[in-house]
Design a protein around this ligand. Structure first.
Ligand code: GRF
Length: 207
């Protein structure tokens, strides 16, 4: 039996972003280099001028803007769901996506959506994680990759990385140290998670 007959087809990923997209970049690079048995099928941003969109275009990956402004949360989430599902992904990857998603949306992708959060969860869900860790006098900070559930920044943990908090740290210097770890662990956690997922989202999308 040839090994190619045994190899699973690459999983299609939909990556959701709101900003710079440096995590997206690390995921695209890992997928392109064979480090994740997946390919980024679409990148969607809720912010029109997010630099991550440009990163996607440079990589030849379809990039879409679905703005949350000027529409209700339900209408935004319906549009987002449509945009994602048109590309038939097997996994939705939140990479610096700065909107809280409702229960219906999360249930639609139950077990098929992951996030990276810049703290050592369960510490500091939500915003301003680095400032909060420094203010609390913590000696360590870090980042966590987890499966998305209905509770914000909760859900089964797939990977974590720990960094020291140094006496002179500001939220910015700490964020930079944590971000470097995000770029290291997110592709690795995705590679392992993709290996464990049942094979859906590997075919061609209809749209
Ligand atoms: C990351 O620290 C992510 O964990 C957080 O926002 C930042 C996004 O960075 N929620 P980027 O857009 O991936 O560069």
């Amino acid at each position: 039996m040839s090994s190619s007959a045994d190899a699973a087809a690459p999983l299609r990923l939909a990556v959701l972003i709101s900003g710079n997209g440096s995590n997206l970049q690390s995921i695209m690079d890992a997928a392109a280099g064979g480090g994740i048995n997946a390919r980024v099928a679409v990148v969607i941003s809720n912010v029109a001028d997010a630099f991550g969109l440009e990163r996607a275009r440079r990589a030849g990956i379809p990039a879409m803007v679905i703005e949350h402004r000027r529409r209700s949360r339900d209408a935004f989430e319906d549009a987002l769901m449509n945009g994602i599902d048109r590309h038939g992904p097997g996994l939705v990857v939140l990479a610096g996506f700065m909107r809280i998603l409702g229960a219906g949306f999360v249930r639609h992708y139950a077990g098929r959506m992951v996030n990276i959060h810049p703290s050592l969860l369960p510490l500091y869900p939500g915003l301003d994680t680095h400032a909060r860790a420094i203010a609390a006098g913590d000696s360590q900070a870090g980042c966590t990759v987890h499966v998305v559930t209905e509770k914000l920044d909760d859900g089964p943990i797939l990977a974590r990385a720990v960094v020291p908090i140094l006496p002179a740290d500001t939220p910015e210097t700490l964020a930079a140290r944590v971000l470097a770890e995000e770029h290291r662990i997110y592709p690795k956690a995705l590679a392992e998670h993709v290996r464990r997922l049942p094979a859906i989202g590997t075919g061609a999308a209809s749209g």
